[in-house]
Design a protein around this ligand. Structure first.
Ligand code: OOB
Length: 558
């Protein structure tokens, strides 16, 4: 353990991410942390490249195109509007918006006001939103009136009932009903803070993939996050002339900062939002706006590669296709390269920090066979065995990491912090990897029980907990099984209560009605009489999941 260090895993304060002093000094001296803030660079672009297009995207079917001056004006109006409600700097605000330009005017507006967004995905429902609101002790919730056929005012009403202390609900685009309308916010320059936030303060709370139980909140500071996308811009070749497309959900860390929309905005480039990641929605926009780079999860990349072969849309502007969020096998990588005539870049990242990229000038074999190497020379990467002892390159083990943009602790979660960080501040990623002699990582699997469903992480434990609340369920075990299209899908083994004969569609509907994100509803349900634990003695959940998964796969083969 480093001598000067306090145990940062016990981090509690909501607004300060704590790296030990000697690390702070080191990261500053090396020029990784430059004391920049999320608002300063936008203000500068608005002044210097006012007319350059910042954001293009649809709100309720209408195409919007904001230049940097217009975008900044909207950011300032949003900031003043939030402060006029009575929110105070440091307050947390749960933001649930889809791929609309207002995603950025809301979050940068919150940054400008010194407020702290908590990013939810459009697919989340009351169970998840209520959890984020209470973990973050949020004072407000911002949502679109409707997106992909769902009316978020319904969710807002449930939230208000479940969390009476949540003071403000702001509805973006459309009829706000009994709630505050974002579109009616007015500029109040006098309300705006004169000073930007402390660069070392927490800019926002990102959500974890949730490998055990409910998602944890990830505090990212201005300094650390800006470093990650500034350095990503260089690796991914983002310049002011770039046109970057957000096709995955805007709130996800990958299209936000690897290099993502934030990287593109930092560079003074253009961000184009696709309302959906389908080729039908994205291809016309790529052709029209001359998009040159974007990120996809593996199943979508394969779909795009296939669709590109027969499209009438001109995709020749595409320079780089990034693929990440889940493992891209070498065979799939070859198909993507064959189908989309542009450079493939593998991205292996996590909302907690560490991001690895294959480099644009790497040999094709490296791009096909590996998930890249870390962004920063200061990223410390360890591959360890079951006892925590570091392994040599070529050996497979658990990936631990710390560095200038990897958190030292989750927000307000002592239990998770003790499990997920070592005493000397390394984050236990839960991924099982092999490191090549030149420092590239190959992801082999993971140690934690979650289902990586096309990049959406689903915690087995969280779903088991949900299922146990069903009146006909005696016990439940959830496992991941390989899926040709999704990479992995979820399968729940359920022991019904004595005398009960539940039906799979009813259980799935019941889960949706309970208000959990649809991607968490088990894809498959298998009813069993027992888990046969007595035959092998006392088993851990983890062993049980492994055994049930193996049994199912054997049956499928036979
Ligand atoms: C990204 O972030 P999260 O937080 O949704 O998920 C992180 C986890 C990793 O620990 C790993 O298990 C898995 O997703 N993962 C990959 C991968 N990229 C992520 N597994 C295999 N191969 C890959 N290329 O998913 C994320 C964040 C920033 C950039 C890209 C992805």
């Amino acid at each position: 353990m480093t001598p000067t260090m306090t145990d940062t895993r016990q981090y509690q304060h909501p607004l300060q991410q704590v790296w030990p002093d000697d690390f702070v000094q080191r990261y500053r001296e090396a020029g990784y942390w430059r004391g920049e803030t999320m608002t300063a660079f936008l203000r500068e672009h608005a002044a210097q490249h006012a007319g350059h297009t910042a954001i293009v995207g649809y709100t309720q079917g209408v195409l919007q195109r904001w230049n940097y001056a217009e975008f900044w004006r909207r950011v300032e109006t949003a900031a003043a509007g939030f402060l006029a409600l009575g929110l105070a700097p440091g307050d947390r605000v749960v933001v649930q918006l889809g791929n609309v330009p207002e995603f950025y005017s809301v979050v940068f507006g919150l940054f400008r006001a010194g407020l702290v967004p908590v990013y939810a995905l459009p697919a989340h429902r009351i169970t998840e939103i209520a959890h984020f609101a209470s973990k973050a002790e949020a004072s407000a919730y911002v949502a679109l009136q409707q997106y992909e056929g769902f009316d978020y005012r319904t969710l807002a009403r449930e939230l208000k009932a479940a969390r009476p202390t949540l003071e403000h609900i702001v509805i973006v685009a459309g009829d706000a009903g009994e709630f505050t309308s974002f579109d009616a916010f007015e500029p109040h320059p006098a309300l705006l803070p004169v000073q930007d936030a402390d660069p070392q303060s927490v800019a926002f709370l990102q959500i974890s993939g949730g490998s055990t139980g409910l998602s944890k909140l990830i505090p990212r500071t201005h300094d650390d996050y800006i470093y990650s996308f500034r350095a990503s811009n260089e690796i991914c070749g983002i310049t002011p002339a770039s046109v970057y497309m957000v096709a995955l959900p805007a709130a996800h860390n990958f299209p936000m900062s690897s290099p993502g929309a934030f990287g593109a905005l930092y560079a003074g480039a253009t961000v184009v939002l696709s309302p959906s990641p389908s080729p039908e929605a994205a291809f016309p926009l790529i052709a029209q706006e001359k998009v040159d780079s974007l990120g996809l999860v593996p199943p979508l990349a394969l779909l795009w590669a296939q669709a590109a072969a027969n499209t009438g849309h001109d995709l020749s502007s595409l320079r780089v296709l990034q693929v990440g969020g889940a493992k891209l096998t070498p065979e799939a990588a070859r198909r993507v390269i064959g189908g989309l005539k542009c450079q493939l870049q593998q991205v292996f990242g996590m909302a907690e920090g560490l991001v690895n990229y294959t480099r644009l000038d790497d040999p094709e074999e490296t791009i096909i066979e590996t998930q890249g190497r870390p962004i920063s020379p200061a990223d410390e990467v360890l591959v360890v065995d079951d006892h925590g002892h570091p392994l040599d390159s070529g050996k497979t083990g658990y990936l631990l990491t710390r560095g200038p943009y990897t958190i030292r602790a989750y927000h307000n979660d002592d239990g998770a912090n003790t499990r997920s960080f070592t005493e000397d501040g390394f984050y236990r990623t839960g991924d099982v990897v092999t490191r090549t002699p030149d420092g590239y990582l190959v992801v082999q699997g993971r140690a934690t029980d979650h289902i990586n469903r096309a990049g959406e992480k689903v915690s087995a434990e969280e779903i088991e907990d949900q299922l146990l609340a069903h009146p006909q369920v005696f016990d439940a075990t959830v496992v991941s099984i390989p899926d040709e299209y999704l990479g992995e899908r979820s399968c729940a083994f359920i022991i019904p209560k004595a005398g009960e004969t539940p039906r799979s569609p009813d259980i799935k509907r019941w889960m949706r009605e309970r208000g959990v994100a649809a991607f968490k509803v088990p894809d498959q349900i298998v009813f069993v009489d027992s888990f046969d634990t007595t035959a092998v003695g006392k088993t851990s959940r983890k062993e049980l999941r492994t055994r049930l998964r193996a049994q199912l796969l054997d049956q499928d083969k036979g």
